[in-house]
Design a binder for this molecule. Sequence first.
Ligand SMILES: [Zn+2]
Length: 188
Amino acid sequence: MRINQDHRLTRVRRRDSPNFDARPDVDDISLIVVHGISLPPGEFGGDEIEALFCNELDHPQLLALADYRVSAHLLIDRRGRCTQFVAFDQRAWHAGESAWRGRTGCNDFSIGIELEGTDTRPYTQAQYRKLGSVIRAVLAHYPRLAADAIVGHLEVAAGRKTDPGPAFNWSAVLRGAAWLPDAAERPA
Ligand SMILES: [Zn+2]
């Protein structure tokens, strides 16, 4: 897996979201934000997450979300299948009101990766494997990304967001990613 000249992962399914705009500084890609999402909440395997990111949501239980304009660069489903919705050099709309190391507006300078899941049910090994591959690829491609700049949504939007939740096992990511030096120090 690598990143091509269009800022997309090779050999990854592509589905274009209209929910993106230009980064203020296209050279500043310096943070990875990991999320968890399921739609309807707690259910896996449907196409509602994809529909949400593409403004095509028509599920009767989810009409309250239909007007949201959100996206992420990537979604990794329970089977480990990865879909790219926004090119990495564009700004996806995933973090909302957020701050990291004193900077607000994390969408400006981050890559957003959604995992299909909930805060409390274990994520799958297939997801950890694919996430590890993705992280290695983006770290290799974007020079301002560093191994200590990979956070959960809750870490940049504390008090407002909880994903990917206590079910997310940072150690499982790190096992497949020996390049991360501070495995023992990651939050649970
Ligand atoms: Zn999130």
